[in-house]
Design a protein around this ligand. Sequence first.
Ligand code: COA
Length: 319
Amino acid sequence: MTEVDVIDDNFILTVEPPNDIFAEFVHHVATTEGWAFQLNDYEIWKNCYPRHWLFMVQETGSEKYVASISLAKSKLRDGSSLYTVAFFYCLVEYRNKGFGKLLFDKIQTIYGDHNCSLFGVGSMWKWYEKRYGFSHLQPYFHSAAVIQCKDLELQTSAQQFRIELANVRIEDIEENIDKLIKYDKKLCEMEREQVIKQWLMAPGVCSKIALNVDDDCVGFAAVREVSLNRLNISPLYADSPQIATKLLHTILSNFDFLPFHTISTVFPSVNSSVLELLRPFCDGKVTISEFCRSQFTQQLFTVDEMKIFGIRHCAHGYV
Ligand SMILES: CC(C)(COP(=O)(O)OP(=O)(O)OC[C@H]1O[C@@H](n2cnc3c(N)ncnc32)[C@H](O)[C@@H]1OP(=O)(O)O)[C@@H](O)C(=O)NCCC(=O)NCCS
């Protein structure tokens, strides 16, 4: 960790904290906000993005860290850059003292006039828009769907699941990774081959690809074990709800999900088929709530929402 600046007599601004501090914050953000991270995410940010900064506010002369913000720089396929913001968090007892603004001011000096995006949670989007110019807003919110794992039911008939798709087969991703990356390029402007590979093959992740009769990718999905013993569907991309269902059904059939508390997905709320897709998995016992909003400083990207049944993650991506 490196000191960047002295804030006052009691606090300093640092960058690149040790892994155990990241782990501590993964626990904090899960406990107070319900956010779903893996300890391995920090490694992916550091190793797979062209540039990455994790700034933190630290108490002077102690190992106590009180606030964090993560900024990553990505290359887009047209050669330009996209900055993304994540992990913006302050310990509850240190809020409203100006640490959040200090951290955001710091990253603004880096992303400057470049396009920068984030997912504003709850009503935060208004603050980002007003204070930091994130004025290009997706016209819809992203919702979170949460199912209790004890309510998961995979014995429902294949007909109810609509998974009788003879022309689509589900395979492991390892031997099909090039097809998967080609598919991802159609959905996301970011050059994120390394991110996707590391993400899907990380420990505690079960990933599958859907292939059609021509052996082309028509969807892929991952279920990840995240903090506080939960599962996260991230991503679930597919050409149709039926393919998405088949992917999720195959993964969950190969997964011992009973030790986990919940399984969730974050998706563009305009894709109303997500609810229909999830219902047969849990006899309708799914809770949906408005979660966050995708916003940019310079330019909004179009997203093929009908193919997004679960975004990859709110951190460092826009789809
Ligand atoms: C957001 C957060 C990091 C700000 O940290 P902080 O140290 O309390 O921030 P500051 O004291 O510098 O004040 C930040 C500003 O954010 C505003 N703010 C905080 N929470 C907000 C919310 N839920 N909705 C809208 N604005 C909010 C504050 O009112 C304040 O506004 P001001 O600039 O008009 O004074 C902190 O509130 C937090 O950890 N919240 C929970 C996690 C979270 O929601 N993070 C953002 C995810 S997109």
